[in-house]
Design a protein around this ligand. Structure first.
Ligand code: CA
Length: 237
């Protein structure tokens, strides 16, 4: 993955087995001057990724020869694609499924049928977030150091193992230390969807994050502000 700027057209990879949807997406995105690569299987997608620089992937949930979900999970395990922005295309609307997609490492999702305009605004927002994020590769706060290029958080020099969502949550909080964010603000900034995800999802991830920080004595930095939300304070109390 190479970094992108707003004046350079981004390369978008579409992985979708339904030809009509693939063609519709290709047409809509090419109209917006994106360079589009499309694949109907995960195997073909991997082939394309081996030879092209991709800035963002649109991944269908239900794919032959391995689900889109498994594909996203495998991307997140690969240092090359760990930070690649991914939007899942899904026909399912149940919160449970959407949460599974986001947990696997998707950055956003869009439910079929969708309007090309809505998709374009999601793509734009995600590309913008990912280029902002890459500009600032190292952040430190108290004993914590976050290296976004390496996708790593460390506490006093020791690596803190984190899931994809916890890493994104931590990145956002470290970019905005000592500020209180409500659950819905965190959903907007970190999950970027703000609609179907319930606010208690935030609590689940905060809890996981605290659990990860605990062995390093840093869990108290993640402060619950009663009736308001959460904040990350700059030092261990
Ligand atoms: Ca499909």
């Amino acid at each position: 993955m190479r970094s992108t700027t707003t004046d350079m057209p981004a390369d978008i990879l579409i992985i979708e087995d339904e030809k009509s949807i693939r063609d519709m997406l290709t047409l809509a995105l090419e109209k917006q001057d994106y360079k589009v690569h499309s694949a109907e299987t995960v195997a073909k997608a991997r082939e394309i990724m081996a030879s092209e620089s991709i800035h963002l992937a649109l991944v269908d949930w239900m794919l032959p020869g391995g689900s889109g979900l498994e594909f996203v999970r495998s991307l997140r395990k690969n240092p090359l694609y760990r930070n690649l922005p991914v939007i899942m295309l899904t026909a399912r609307t149940e919160e449970h499924d959407i949460t599974a997609g986001l947990d696997a490492g998707a950055d956003d999702y869009i439910t079929k049928p969708f309007s090309p305009r809505e998709l374009q605004s999601r793509i734009k927002a995600l590309l913008r977030r990912s280029s902002d994020f890459q500009a600032d590769t190292k952040l430190t706060l108290g004993p914590l150091e976050l290296d976004s290029a390496a996708h790593r958080l460390s506490a006093s020099g020791f690596e803190v193992p984190l899931g994809h969502t916890e890493f994104k949550l931590m990145s956002f909080l470290m970019q905005n230390p000592d500020k209180v964010f409500s659950r819905s603000q965190l959903l907007d900034h970190v999950w970027g969807t703000g609609t179907f995800i319930e606010e208690r999802t935030v609590d689940v991830h905060i809890l996981r994050l605290r659990k990860s920080l605990k062995p390093f004595g840093a869990e108290s930095m993640l402060d619950t502000v009663r009736g308001a939300g959460y904040r990350l304070v700059p030092s261990v109390s």
